[in-house]
Design a protein around this ligand. Structure first.
Ligand SMILES: *Cc1c(COP(=O)(O)O)cnc(C)c1O
Length: 348
């Protein structure tokens, strides 16, 4: 792999104590171009602007997708990337559905490793901090005819991040807008899924909520996701999360939590359709013990209020609850405090 190093580092200008998620970028990036039906071998070069013309395909037709995962500074000084092969596979799942070329999985993981190795000083050492890795791909042909792009760019950038604290998360059960429909692109990490969600989220914010709980597009009776996270409920002693479908993003955090729970016996586990009604009834009756989102940025994000048709239902957020226990177990594996019994960490 060709590597062109930056002549000087910007790291001295970064305030690692006060990182704002996704706003600082490391010295290097990885890039590969798809031309004449094939990907060129990726190269690493200094982080910097890309240039494009006004007829740049992705600006018009949105063949664009991304991934997100993290590299951690472990207790023994090694640096580990969490389950990168899952992201490589998911990127290609998104690519297939968005009619974009698959990117070789080996180049994805080897590229990530090489990039993190080169920018290892950027992996924050403080507890709960990490280096967020953002692979992305977009159509780069220059034409405005409404047909698929013929050229593409794959790129990875890295951003040091602190512990994600979402505060008191108040969610609104969304019954007007929809994130995903059957047969649509909800199971992909395509850029437009986010673009289409901002308006609904802003409407919810104006009503005093932090985020929306997406429900099914047909009748808004089934719970699907919480904002940009998968969602789980603890009702009595059972962990319940909606099953994967073409409307739900297959989160790596969700999969990891399910794996841990099926092994540690902390809770019974059910992957099945979750109705709005049962969650509201459980909240009323006090059997809803906890509710939380699951995703790379926050790991788990406890929900304190569920708003439904104008009524707010309180959800307990115990300091030593299940969400926090699960988060600690995952964090311990990532930090190397606990044995990596699933082989989740890829050491760079
Ligand atoms: C990325 C994403 C998630 C979480 O996936 P992780 O791999 O756990 O980060 C969940 N839902 C949506 C809609 C997403 O885009």
């Amino acid at each position: 792999m060709k590597i062109t190093k930056a002549t000087s580092s910007r790291i001295g200008h970064v305030d690692f104590e006060n990182l704002v998620f996704g706003t600082e970028f490391s010295d290097h990036m990885l890039i590969s171009n798809y031309q004449n039906g094939a990907w060129e071998e990726p190269e690493i070069r200094p982080y910097g602007p890309l240039s494009f013309t006004p007829a740049f395909h992705t600006l018009h037709y949105g063949q664009a997708l991304f991934e997100g995962q993290k590299a951690y500074y472990m207790d023994d000084g090694r640096i580990g990337i969490f389950r990168p092969e899952m992201n490589a596979k998911r990127l290609n799942h998104s690519a297939e559905r968005m009619f974009m070329p698959e990117f070789p999985e080996e180049w994805f993981t080897e590229g990530l490793k090489a990039l993190v190795k080169l920018d290892r000083e950027w992996v924050p050492k403080a507890e709960g901090h990490s280096l967020y890795l953002r692979p992305f791909m977009f159509g780069s042909s220059e034409f405005v005819a409404a047909r698929p792009s013929e050229e593409f760019v794959f790129c990875i950038i890295c951003s040091p991040v602190g512990p994600y604290y979402a505060g008191d998360v108040k969610v609104k059960i969304e019954e007007t807008y929809t994130r995903a429909t059957s047969g649509g692109v909800g199971s992909t990490k395509s850029a437009g899924n986010y673009g289409g969600a901002f308006y609904a989220t802003d409407q919810a914010k104006k009503q005093g909520y932090t985020q929306v709980i997406w429900t099914d597009h047909r009748n808004h009776e089934l719970i699907e996701e919480s904002g940009t996270m998968n969602v789980a409920f603890v009702i009595n002693d059972t962990f319940i999360t909606p099953p994967l479908s073409d409307r739900i993003l297959a989160g790596v955090t969700r999969d990891s939590i399910l794996t841990l729970l099926r092994d540690n016996g902390l809770l019974k586990v059910e992957e099945r359709p979750v109705s709005v009604e049962e969650v509201i009834v459980a909240a009323k009756e006090g059997t809803l013990k906890e509710a939380f989102g699951m995703g790379t940025a926050a790991v788990v994000s406890p929900i304190s209020v569920i708003g439904y048709r104008g009524t707010d239902f309180k959800v307990p957020v115990p300091e030593e609850g299940y969400a926090m226990k699960i988060k600690r177990e995952l964090t311990n594996i990532r930090m190397g405090k606990e044995k990596d019994r699933y082989g989740w960490m890829t050491i760079v």
